[in-house]
Design a binder for this molecule. Sequence first.
Ligand code: NAD
Length: 359
Amino acid sequence: MSEFKHFEYMEKHRYEQVVYFYDKTTGLRGITCIHNTTLGPALGGTRLWNYASEEEAVIDCLRLARGMTYKAAAAGLNLGGGKTVLIGDPETVKSEGYFRALGRYVQSLNGRYITAEDVNTSTKDMDFVSMETDHVVGLEGKSGNPSPMTALGAFHGISAALQYKFGDETISKYTYAVQGAGQTGYYLIKKLVEMKAKKIYFSEINKKHIARLQKEHPDVEFIEPKDFFKANVDVLVPCALGGVFNGDTIPQIKAKIIAGTANNVLLDDDIDGNLIKEKGILYAPDFVINAGGLINVYHEIKGYNIGRATRDIEKIYDRLLEIFKIAERENIHTQLAAKVFAKKRIETINNLQDNYIIR
Ligand code: NAD
């Protein structure tokens, strides 16, 4: 494998800062990447993973931090993008000391970076982090579980996509297939049921999740995971894994809209974004439609208020309409249009700062 050129990569994608830290007491080993802070402090969760190599860890951290910049910018938040990865075995490394050590490194960045839970870290772990720093969100007893808010945002996103594609966003007129009835899929299905969706199918691999849904919503029909892509419905709602839309699955699609909560659903943004566009399917960009949880947690920084957070999450509807229009006008796929939209906001706010004002 060729050597990973850190500074070349940072220069190419305009990263601001990469910090390596090691705590001699607990053995904590981690990396914080700050991609861009034009709009505000970089926010991104802390992921704990048994990375095969340090290079794999830093590349993951860099990639995730950049994703957070676009997600926050497209969500209209005054936040930049950042991420922390910890290298270790989630089964063995966790302790109060470990996360307090992390909190001290977060504090050392003096508010340039705000952390939260992520894969293999929990709100309980973040409680330990909060003993050492105020720059942590998603704590127990504050904004709470982000999943219902992510689902709510995706619901507004589905409405926007229906409006744009069919000129009518009445949920009850359409049919849906949801992939994954876990944290977010479950709440999204609940909302679609509440709005009297014409028909909902769901696919799952977890028996408990299948049973829960069949008990609570017997009208929501189970379909085998392999049948999800070719489901004869208006909207495909991915709420499970990444990389699911690719050269094998896209040709099977009959639906006219793809809109769900899952991250990185396009295996390759450009290749698959274009394939979807060529098939005349409207794709709601993942990092825009699934920003409800991030918007919710952002409100913790300002003093959490559920009414304000919910109103901000509703704005995903307008934002998606704007992105769909950019895609149509520029004749580009919607994932690219979302990046154009995010970059434009960062650039505009950056340029505003050209003129000196006294505060
Ligand atoms: P989750 O693990 O609770 O749910 C995912 C569900 O998908 C599980 O029940 C799993 O059994 C099921 N699944 C896995 N493989 C499947 C397959 N092949 N076919 C059908 N079902 C399958 O996760 P979640 O929190 O609901 O997150 C789902 C997606 O949304 C992820 O991509 C996540 O990154 C993204 N997301 C979540 C949030 C949030 O607030 N939880 C926020 C933004 C993005």
